[in-house]
Design a protein around this ligand. Structure first.
Ligand SMILES: [Zn+2]
Ligand SMILES: [Zn+2]
Length: 375
């Protein structure tokens, strides 16, 4: 860890960089060096360096520590340091939206089960109508599969040889400084990525990655009432195992439910606010608006309503998660005050002023306070 580069330098930002600057810098560098995209020899190493820098600088507490103490990040934790042993958990999904990426790190699973391929996560956006009605979806994805030429080994003609740095073990014992301590830790061999074998020469078709991308059609059903950020797992559709030996990872499709222009969702209920005129509140009114189920929503405002009252329409919300019935639509009444009035309306309102606003302001305040106490 002695010759670690400065995190700001790694991300090519200056010390005053904002959260957004950091995110942008990370995003473009991660794209450039993502091992699935880049064929540079040091892409994976670069990528890890970028991840680590971003993981620390995007966490305000860690960034503060780093600014003060540098890489050792002393602070209160004797094992401090940022390099640590574990992965850095950055939510790449958040940063890359719909892009396909492999979950390269936070790699607990990878460490436990060496030969399993990485999982892949894609996002799929649907609207509220689909939450209501369900839907059968079909999406086209470029998914990695084992390179046919080398059967996923990454080696030309499948020719591999024992990795010499680790003697075929895939692991190496490394002496590491952790804060004030020196520890011997067992690490994955960098040369062979823990496989124990390396290619005699790289497969020219896949440039040694062992993978090729092929368009595949993925079909799945949107369950009724699906929640935002539900993940659906498709076994074995993820990245092939390293060197083509072992189980492929899984593909996760995360359902993203688009925001509706006026409905807010609360489980199976839909909440909206409805701006209505003062006379509608006073005299009552029936208002029709189009609804996601195709039938108009008929909202009956009783006379003498107040802004802040709610009207509940049963069984017009989203399907209940138990699959039986639908939630409610809850309508919050709001007073709509027109920004401009024409002369005639203004005059008419002037005439109503006295009727609607009793002169005795104190009596009005008392009555209102009394109302609130009794309700
Ligand atoms: Zn090795
Ligand atoms: Zn190949």
């Amino acid at each position: 860890m002695a010759d670690k580069r400065d995190y700001y330098e790694v991300l090519d930002v200056d010390k005053s960089a904002s959260e957004k600057d950091l995110k942008n810098a990370f995003r473009s560098l991660a794209r450039k060096y993502h091992p699935d995209r880049s064929t540079a020899d040091d892409a994976e190493e670069k990528f890890k360096e970028i991840q680590e820098a971003y993981a620390v600088l995007s966490d305000s507490q860690k960034r503060g520590q780093y600014d003060r103490f540098g890489h050792q990040g002393a602070g209160g934790n004797p094992f401090g340091g940022f390099g640590g042993s574990g992965g850095f958990n950055i939510n790449l999904e958040d940063l890359f939206g719909g892009d396909i990426f492999s979950s390269m790190f936070g790699g607990g699973r990878q460490r436990r089960n060496k030969r399993r391929g990485n999982d892949i996560l894609v996002r799929h956006t649907i609207d509220l109508e689909m939450v209501l009605n369900g839907s059968s979806e079909e999406i086209e994805l470029d998914l990695p599969s084992p390179c046919q030429a080398c059967e996923g080994t990454g080696a030309e003609d499948g020719d591999t040889t024992q990795c010499s740095p680790c003697g075929g073990q895939g692991r190496m014992r490394v002496r590491q400084q952790m804060g004030p301590f020196i520890q011997d830790v067992v690490k994955e061999c960098r040369e062979c990525s823990g496989i124990g074998e390396i290619a005699k020469s790289r497969c020219s078709d896949c440039k040694g990655s062992g993978k090729e991308f092929r368009a595949e059609t993925i079909r799945f059903d949107i369950p009724l009432g699906v929640e935002h950020e539900t993940r659906m797992r498709m076994r074995g559709k993820g990245e092939p195992a390293p060197n083509g030996k072992g189980e492929a990872g899984d593909l996760f499709v995360e359902i993203e439910v688009q925001e509706h222009p006026w409905f807010e969702r609360q489980n199976s209920d839909l909440i909206m606010s409805l701006p209505v005129g003062f006379t509608d509140l006073m005299l009552g009114a029936t208002i029709k608006i189009p609804h996601i189920d195709g039938d108009d929503l008929v909202i009956k405002i009783p006379s003498n309503s107040s802004a802040g009252h709610t009207i509940t329409i049963r069984n017009r919300g989203l399907p209940n998660s138990r699959g039986v019935g639908r939630g409610e639509v809850v309508i919050l009444l709001k007073l709509h005050v027109p920004k401009k009035l024409n002369k005639a309306t203004k005059k008419a309102l002037e005439q109503l002023r006295e009727a609607l606003s009793p002169a005795d302001i104190e009596a009005r305040i008392r009555a209102d306070a009394e109302d609130r106490r009794t309700n």
